[in-house]
Design a protein around this ligand. Structure first.
Ligand SMILES: Cc1cc2nc3c(=O)[nH]c(=O)nc-3n(C[C@H](O)[C@H](O)[C@H](O)COP(=O)(O)O)c2cc1C
Length: 362
C-alpha cells in the first residue's frame, strides 16, 4: 500500500493521490490571459498523473503581476481562458488549482531569461507598492524601484481585489484556491519585519504585521465556497537574521486555521535578496519545517523543495511530514513523474492516469 497514492479528501474535493504540481510562473501570457502554452504545460502534468495542478502566481490586478507576461484574474476574459484549461485538467482526473496574489514591490520585473531586472515604466513596467518604501534591492547590481506606501484605503481596495479574483477563480472552474503569502510578494512583505516598518495597525508586532494576510484570507474565505479547499503559501522561514522564523509561521498557521484555511503550502525565503544565495541549499530543509508546522499548528501541509524521488515522496507522506507533496522543477523535466512513481512503488497506474495511457501500462 502506498501512502503517496492514497486519495485525499479535503472538504468536497478528492485528490486522486498526494502529488501536486507546484505553481510555476511561465512568463508567457499576453494581457494576463492564458493560452495554448498554459494548457499544454498544465494539462500534460494532469495527463501524467499528478492529483493537483496549481497554476502559477496569478495577479489580482495588472500591477500585481511579476512580469508583464504573467497571468491574471482581474477580468472575465482571463477567467474564460482559464476555464478552458481547467476543463481539460479535470477531464484527466486532476484537481485544477490556482495561486492568486499580488507581487507588491517585486513586480514590474523582466522575465528571468531576459535578466529579471526591474523594468522602468517606459520599458513596460509600472510603479510598485508595498507596506512602506523599502525597495527589494538597492545595494546590489540590480536596482529595484522604491515602492509607494499603501494607505489603509489602498489595503481595503487590495483585499477587495483578492475577493474578486477568488470569485473569478470559482467561475473559471478551479476547485482549489491558494493565496500567495510567500516569497517576498505583497502579503509576505506585510508579514515580515524585514520589509514592514509601519507603525499603524498593519505593522508593529507579529499580530499587526499578520493583519493584512489574515484580513485578506477572511475576506476570500467568505466568498470561496465552504466545501472547497483553501490554502495559503507561506515562506516558513526568511532564512536571514531578523526575518521570520518557523515559530512565527506556526503562529500564522494557527491564525489561518481559525479562519478556515485547510492547507499551508510550506515554501521559504524571498523577502531579502541577501538570503537568495542560501535558498537553493535550504529548500530541502523546508520539507522538515512542513512537518514541524503540521505537528505544532495541527493543520494539513504541503511540502515542497527538491522532491525528486518516488521513495522520498512516499516517506514524506508516510512519516506524517505533509499531506501532499508539490513538485516544481522535477515535473518540468518529467511530466509523467507521477505515473512513473506509481510504477516504481507498485501501484496500479490506471487510477492515476487517463485510460488512453493507463490501459497499456503497468
Ligand atoms: C520557473 C519557476 C517559477 C516559479 N513560480 C512560482 C510561482 O508562480 N509561485 C510560487 O509560489 N512559487 C513559484 N516557484 C517556486 C516553486 O513553486 C517551488 O516552490 C520551487 O521551485 C521549489 O520546488 P522544486 O525544488 O520542486 O522546484 C517557481 C519556481 C520555478 C522554478
Amino acid at each position: 500500500m502506498s501512502h503517496l497514492f492514497t486519495p485525499l479528501k479535503i472538504k468536497d474535493v478528492t485528490f486522486r493521490n498526494r502529488i501536486g504540481m507546484a505553481p510555476m510562473c511561465q512568463y508567457s501570457a499576453t494581457d494576463g490571459v492564458m493560452n495554448d502554452w498554459h494548457k499544454v504545460h498544465l494539462g500534460s502534468r494532469a495527463v501524467g498523473g499528478a492529483g493537483l495542478i496549481i497554476a502559477e502566481a496569478t495577479a489580482v490586478r495588472a500591477d500585481g503581476r511579476i512580469t508583464p507576461n504573467c497571468i491574471g484574474l482581474w477580468n472575465d476574459e482571463q477567467a474564460e481562458a482559464a476555464a478552458k484549461v481547467n476543463r481539460f485538467i479535470s477531464d484527466q482526473g486532476a484537481v485544477a488549482g490556482v495561486q492568486i496574489g499580488h507581487s507588491g514591490r517585486k513586480g514590474s520585473a523582466a522575465a528571468p531569461w531576459n535578466g529579471g531586472a526591474h523594468l522602468k515604466n517606459d520599458e513596460g513596467g509600472w510603479p510598485v507598492i508595498g507596506p512602506g518604501d523599502v525597495a527589494f534591492d538597492n545595494d546590489g547590481t540590480r536596482l529595484w524601484k522604491t515602492p509607494a506606501q499603501m494607505s489603509v484605503a489602498d489595503i481595503s481596495e487590495m483585499q477587495e481585489l483578492f475577493v474578486a479574483a477568488a470569485k473569478r477563480a470559482l467561475a473559471a472552474g478551479y476547485k482549489f484556491l491558494e493565496i500567495h503569502g510567500a516569497h517576498g510578494y505583497l502579503l509576505h512583505s506585510f508579514f515580515t519585519s524585514l520589509v514592514n516598518k509601519r507603525d499603524d495597525e498593519y505593522g508593529g508586532d507579529l499580530r499587526g504585521r499578520a493583519r493584512m494576510m489574515l484580513e485578506t484570507v477572511e475576506a476570500v474565505r467568505a466568498v470561496w465556497p465552504e466545501n472547497l479547499p483553501l490554502a495559503v503559501r507561506l515562506s516558513v522561514a526568511d532564512w536571514i537574521e531578523g526575518g521570520l522564523t518557523i515559530q512565527d509561521n506556526i503562529q500564522m498557521a494557527k491564525w489561518l486555521k481559525e479562519r478556515g484555511v485547510d492547507f499551508v503550502d510550506c515554501s521559504g525565503g524571498g523577502a531579502n535578496p541577501k538570503a537568495r544565495a542560501s535558498i537553493g541549499s535550504r529548500t530541502a530543509d523546508q520539507v522538515g519545517l512542513a512537518g514541524q508546522l503540521r505537528a505544532e499548528a495541527e493543520i494539513a501541509t504541503m511540502a515542497v523543495g527538491l522532491i525528486t524521488k518516488a521513495k522520498q515522496a512516499e516517506e514524506i507522506i508516510a512519516s506524517g511530514t505533509a499531506d501532499m507533496v508539490l513538485l516544481g522543477r522535477k515535473l518540468m523535466r518529467d511530466p509523467y513523474w507521477a505515473m512513473n512513481a506509481a510504477l516504481e512503488l507498485g501501484v496500479d497506474v490506471k487510477a492515476h492516469v487517463p485510460m488512453q495511457y493507463g490501459f497499456y501500462i503497468g
